[in-house]
Design a binder for this molecule. Structure first.
Ligand code: ZN
Ligand code: ZN
Length: 138
């Protein structure tokens, strides 16, 4: 990968960039991600938190306790409501919504996360590996 990865929300109020290779790329089927995104599997482009630079606007923040017990700080556009990323401060990584990337082909999911919590009608690609739930004390 060369150069910057850029992206932003639906209305353009918030723009960001990152120069880092993704640490993981997965589809998250957890209930929180489904509720907030409306997607069957939320497209997660995982990068270190510090690699995200907001270049325009400032996303709103909503903190929620995840199944793992960690606080998941979800960031979204206060104008259009687009979910842009979520970050786990304890672990130091952020899950960028891959559908906010300008070049969506950069996203190449390799794993499913929490597939067992999805409703039965969700089509899950079983050829992808399982990205296990991360235990609280590891
Ligand atoms: Zn927006
Ligand atoms: Zn999730």
């Amino acid at each position: 990968m060369t150069g910057k990865i850029t992206g932003g929300c639906l209305c353009g109020s918030v723009r960001y960039e990152t120069t880092r290779e993704p640490v993981f790329q997965l589809l998250c089927y957890c209930t929180d991600c489904q509720t907030i995104s409306g997607a069957s599997g939320y497209a997660v482009y995982g990068v270190p938190i510090e690699s995200i630079v907001v270049t325009k606007g400032s996303p709103a923040e909503f903190n929620v306790r995840a199944d793992s017990g960690r606080i998941n700080s979800r960031r979204f556009c206060r104008e259009c409501g687009s979910r842009i990323w979520a970050q786990l401060d304890e672990l130091g990584f952020a899950s960028i919504n891959a559908f906010t990337l300008d070049e969506r082909e950069h996203f190449q999911p390799t794993a499913n996360h929490y597939p067992d919590s999805a409703p039965g009608w969700c089509k899950i690609d079983q050829t992808l590996e399982l990205f296990p739930p991360i235990p609280r004390d590891q």
